[in-house]
Design a protein around this ligand. Structure first.
Ligand SMILES: [Zn+2]
Length: 140
């Protein structure tokens, strides 16, 4: 029986699947709406943060210890929310940039394709789970 070597080799080489224009457009829409969502959340959190600061300045004179402690906690929570939203927004923006560059879907760490299941859950992911874990270990 004859085996067609060219076809077999061709199948193996076909592992890297290029994204179609429709797919890219779909991902772009998803990332764009994610970005807009985060942007709105960020604006809201920033306004809230600003209000907290104004209240704090206004109240500072008459504060007792416990009061100013809970206000500090409130402000810290608002600040960390703001930071998280900003990071996510930057991440979504970064993923959009990678989509334009044609590198979207490949891990920034090991450059292997990111599993589709991961991208479905986190469309703005630019690293695979392993590289993300490595980065987080390094950052902490
Ligand atoms: Zn990786």
């Amino acid at each position: 029986m004859l085996v067609n070597g060219a076809i077999v080799a061709g199948k193996g080489a076909g592992a890297v699947k290029a994204r179609s224009t429709e797919e890219i457009e779909q991902i772009r829409v998803i990332l764009r709406s994610r970005f807009d969502e985060l942007n709105a959340e960020y604006e809201e959190a920033a306004a809230q943060n600003h209000r907290l600061r104004l209240v704090e300045i206004g109240d500072a004179a008459g504060d007792d210890q416990a009061d100013s402690g809970s206000k500090t906690a409130e402000r810290d929570a608002a600040t960390s929310l703001l930071r998280t939203l900003l990071e996510r927004r930057t991440q979504a923006e970064h993923a959009m940039q990678r989509l334009e560059d044609g590198t979207y879907g490949n891990c920034e760490g090991c450059s292997h394709p990111i599993p589709v299941e991961r991208l479905e859950v986190f469309p703005s992911a630019t690293t695979c789970v392993n590289c993300k874990a490595v980065r987080e270990r390094r950052a902490s």
